[in-house]
Write a protein that binds this ligand. Sequence first.
Ligand code: MG
Length: 171
Amino acid sequence: MKPEIRIGYGWDSHEFKSGIPLVVGGVTLPHSKGLGGHSDGDVLLHAITDALLGAVAAPDIGSLFSPSDPKWKGADSAVFLAEALKRVKAAGYSVVNIDSTLILASPQIGPHTEAIRTRVAKLMALAEDCIGIKAKTPEGTGTDNAAIAHVTVLLNASAKRKTARRNKKAR
Ligand code: MG
């Protein structure tokens, strides 16, 4: 029997590069540098995507959306997140909540936390109080030119599956 709840964990990092926009959690932030990468470099959406995929034991983001595939060049990372959500649904689960920690020297995330929370909640069709967004500076890690994201996600069996299970029990 499939478990009622499942946990997922995702991690990602991208290097800062000049001349590209900085996109974090689907929000473009004012900054002199952006995050390099084959897609739009959205470190937070990539970590959320991997957490969701991991929770249902699906292949990871790099396997599904190969960085060597020209199709994903400059891609909006919301596309990756949408695919992961589709796989979660297909596995019979829905998302309860996510929690995240961003680690970067600059810019300060604090002034943008609510905008990021709102955008991620919309992309995931979740209430804003189910989206944890925390940020820290990388004290002593020597990663001032990178942005790192850690994400955990909790899933529970979707209502449809619960009903099916109840009906089975009743029989
Ligand atoms: Mg990435």
